[in-house]
Ligand binder design. Structure first.
Ligand code: ADP
Ligand code: MG
Length: 690
């Protein structure tokens, strides 16, 4: 490998952008706004697309109904003015084979750009208007000098532009920057990997990305950079994880003590195989001196809460306190109830700490004195005032609901407590190893026996009265219904209106005589808690609700879920709502209402009717929405990927992960010369994804 001279700010590719001819302070500032300050930045400003200008269509051969590029001379330009400075611009074009027109509907000044005699490229769709007419084509005029060679007779790059920077300018500058490449740009990929994958060397790749000989060339070059970015990211993830695993000053928990033994013995059912594996993973982590950082992911109802409780019992055996952080008050209250039900008989005190806690000072005192062994709560337990006596285990439910800082503040209340994350949002594996890559992951892929999968169907308007009748019959048998209404628009007020209106209309109409209730986000914790208690005691037949019942609520006798305007919800959300039923042995049903307004909405409903498998749904969700919108991706801070796409590049992610593991096996601190660029990429990733 070549040695690289240290980069001197005034020389080589580190030179500021205004060292190029034609770039003054104003353009330099514009470019800086695009993230381009040096020649190097310019070289790494990759095209968004290409135009193959080796294939110019003679005008005589342009047929309507296709995309074409022509190279032609302007004969005449006319503008018909419309309202508000808009105009219909019509330009007559000619090449050696014939003549045709191009039209634009746009700002009136457009017409003035075209003067007879000018030559240029026109790329666009040929519409049939008694013969082909180019409609709103992309156009790029030639200057008639040497410089035109950059823009003609080859595959040319198209860049993302901003005000004041044209394709032509950017292409020229990048072309100039490319001319500065002289073999000194540091090769950033380890040679063996580069050869194995057949990737071009860095300078060749940079050239090919901008001015490829073929589109396949451009793809190969881009793949190199995608892979390289993924390798840096995966190296960061693996290093971070190893750094954690190398720590030996965490808590060593007792994992065969009496509390855990008694809890196991007191269960009225046997753990599923998947639960047993999860418990074994967790106990192994807890017994080891390195701090645990484990994610347990599993579909709603698979029994994660119980697994968490067993971890808390093990912590108690060693005299450690456990904090359980839940995203909503309802869930915190429910967790507190579940934990109390099974832990208090063993003599362990469970404290609930939320905004609604009646005497918080007393509660905090019990936490500080360690009288409270398990502390369940919402954000309230993150507050500075809350001090633990000996916090040894932190359990975080639906961790993507919390920020990095919030989680860090909570774990900071103990000495390197073991951390257990739980999520009911299953995500595909390649995303999991990336988003949760620093964690060890356990997947609970089995539901407790005796569960009958929820049956889901779409209900047309005509069949709604029949559905209401069915709900009445269910109520008569002691089974309950959730009736969920979506957000009508952004404001919580109208959300409230929708659910309140349904509640009022149906309670006095089809559900007259049934015990109905209303649950929404504006109620106090105490009010919500009261309603959930009534529901669990079967004192409510139909519960009208917003999505506050979204995650984790457990009422085994609720067998029917009705989702109003179901097309409004995302797939993951629909799936989680559906997970509120089917928690007992009884056959449960989910009914999706409302005519879907978009093809995507229709497809979401079809997917829901076709499967109850959370992983299948997660994949579909990903396909329909893209990873950027997937729960957790944004929080995980992975938006700054420049070249890679977590969805499209799944296979490369796997490859990069394996390569990162094996490189780090061989060179744990990336000290070898050829790994230095990777070390920098890894550090950068770790810094940005603390
Ligand atoms: P999750 O937290 O994964 O959504 P829960 O822990 O709330 O699931 O479990 C859902 C329900 O299943 C609870 O009522 C729980 O008591 C019950 N349950 C958990 N594990 C088992 C098991 N192995 N066998 C039978 N029922 C179980
Ligand atoms: Mg440990």
């Amino acid at each position: 490998m070549k040695t690289t001279p240290p980069e001197n700010p005034a020389t080589g590719l580190a030179r500021a952008i205004d060292s190029l001819p034609g770039i003054g302070p104003k353009r330099a500032a514009t470019l800086a706004g695009m993230g381009v300050s040096t020649l190097r930045d310019l070289l790494f400003y990759f095209p968004r697309d290409y135009r193959d200008r080796r294939r110019i269509r003679p005008i005589a051969l342009v047929k309507p109904g296709e995309y074409v590029t022509i190279e032609a001379e302007v004969l005449e330009s006319k503008a018909r003015h419309l309202r508000k400075r808009m105009a219909l611009t019509e330009v007559s074009l000619r090449d050696a084979s014939g003549e045709m027109k191009a039209i634009w509907f746009g700002p009136a000044y457009l017409a003035r750009q075209f003067r007879p005699g000018m030559r240029g490229f026109f790329h666009g769709f040929a519409e049939d208007q008694q013969g082909p007419v180019l409609k709103n084509p992309e156009h790029e005029m030639l200057s008639g000098d040497e410089e035109d060679r950059i823009h003609t007779g080859r595959i040319v790059p198209l860049y993302r532009l901003t005000e004041g920077v044209s394709q032509r300018l950017l292409r020229k500058w990048i072309h100039l920057a490319l001319e500065q490449l002289d073999g000194t740009l540091e090769e950033t990929l380890p040679e063996t990997l580069r050869r194995r994958e057949g990737f071009p060397a860095i300078e060749d790749a940079v050239r090919a990305v901008h001015y490829p000989r073929s589109l396949a060339d451009a793809e190969a070059a881009k793949r190199r950079f995608v892979y390289e970015e993924l390798l840096g990211m995966q190296a960061g993830i693996v290093q971070k994880r190893r750094a954690r695993q190398d720590q030996l000053d965490g808590n060593v928990h007792v994992v065969n003590g009496p509390f855990l033994g008694e809890l196991g013995g007191s269960l009225p059912f046997a753990l599923t195989g998947a639960q047993k594996r999860a418990v074994a993973d967790i106990l192994e982590d807890m017994a080891a001196p390195r701090p645990m950082l484990r994610l347990v992911q599993g579909d709603v109802g698979c029994g994660k809460t119980l697994v968490a409780m067993m971890a808390a019992a093990a912590a108690a055996d060693g005299g450690f306190q456990t904090a359980v952080l839940a995203p909503t008050e309802i869930l915190a209250e429910q967790h507190a109830r579940t934990f109390r039900e099974r832990l208090e008989p063993l003599g362990l005190t469970v404290e609930l700490l939320t905004r609604s806690t009646v005497s918080p000072a007393e509660a905090r005192k019990r936490v500080a004195s360690s009288e409270a062994v398990v502390v369940v709560g919402t954000h309230a337990i993150i507050q500075e005032k809350v001090k633990f006596h000996r916090l040894g285990l932190v359990i975080i439910d639906e961790q993507h609901r919390f920020g990095v800082m919030q989680r860090a503040t909570l774990t900071g209340k103990g000495h390197k407590p073991d951390i257990l994350h739980m999520t009911a949002t299953p995500i595909p594996r390649t995303l999991a190893i990336t988003l949760y890559g620093g964690m060890d992951i356990t997947t609970i892929d089995e539901l407790p026996p005796g569960r009958t999968p929820v049956k889901t169907s779409y209900v047309t308007q005509a069949k709604v009265p029949g559905l209401y009748q069915y709900i009445r019959e269910q109520a008569g048998k002691g089974f309950q219904t959730y009736f969920v209404c979506p957000l009508v628009d952004e404001s919580e007020l109208s959300d409230l209106t929708a659910v309140t209106r349904h509640f009022e209309e149906l309670s006095s109409g089809p559900f007259k005589g049934l015990r109905t209730a209303l649950l929404h986000g504006r109620m106090s914790g105490a009010e919500k808690d009261e309603i959930m208690r009534l529901l669990k005691r079967r004192e409510i037949d139909v519960l009208f609700s917003t999505t506050v019942i979204e995650v984790g609520i457990d009422v085994p006798t609720a067998t029917t879920m009705v989702i109003e305007d179901s097309g409004q919800f995302g797939l993951t959300q629909l799936h989680q709502l559906r997970g509120r039923v089917g928690r007992g042995a009884e056959q449960s049903y989910c009914f999706l209402l409302g005519k879907p307004k978009t093809p995507d909405a229709k497809q979401r409903i079809e997917v829901m009717c076709a499967t109850t498998d959370g992983f299948v749904i997660a994949e579909e969700d990903l396909n329909l929405r893209g990873p950027g919108e997937l729960v957790g991706v944004r929080q995980a801070g992975l938006q700054d990927l420049q070249f890679a796409d977590l969805l499209r590049d799944a296979r490369l992610i796997d490859q990069a992960r394996r390569d990162a593991e094996s490189i780090l096996e061989d060179d744990p601190h990336l000290k070898k010369r050829e790994h230095r660029p990777l070390a920098r990429a890894s550090e950068r990733f770790q810094r940005l994804n603390a």
